[in-house]
Write a protein of this length. Structure first.
Length: 133
């Protein structure tokens, strides 16, 4: 019992090498903003502001609509605010359109980054301070 922290001892929880890590309750994408932006570009060519089937977008991206890669990119683009989804359909959001306009790409990326709750929390935590090495 000498290896357990006081908190674990107080709670009667034994430390083990296979202990699962806690998951964060803050939503975040499992892919980066660039891949979400790529999906946005393909969506602009496939339908833009018009609702299209997610399957149409997947075909345009040469991916399977049920595949993990496509689902991850779709989810990331939605979290960043580039797209809107509803009932198996997808279309560009106003932020997605701004992303595609060369004059507003940088500001759209900054806004999109801060729309993700985890990234916003990190930004707020370090805002005004030097970042750790």
């Amino acid at each position: 019992m000498g290896d357990q922290s006081e908190a674990e001892q107080d709670n009667g929880v034994e430390a083990s090498a296979g202990k699962k890590r806690d998951r964060t309750l803050i939503e975040f994408p499992y892919t980066d903003i660039a891949r979400g932006a790529d999906l946005t570009q393909t969506l602009a060519q496939s339908g833009g502001k018009v609702w299209i089937e997610q399957a149409q977008l997947a075909v345009a991206m040469d991916m399977s609509v049920s595949g993990g890669t496509f689902r991850g990119r779709l989810s990331a683009a939605r979290m960043f605010g580039f797209i809107e989804t509803e009932g198996g359909k997808v279309r560009l959001s106003d932020l997605g359109i701004l992303l595609l306009e060369e004059s507003s790409t940088r500001s759209a990326l900054a806004e999109a980054f801060l729309r993700v709750p985890l990234y916003r929390a990190m930004f707020d935590s370090y805002n005004g301070f030097a970042l750790p090495p």
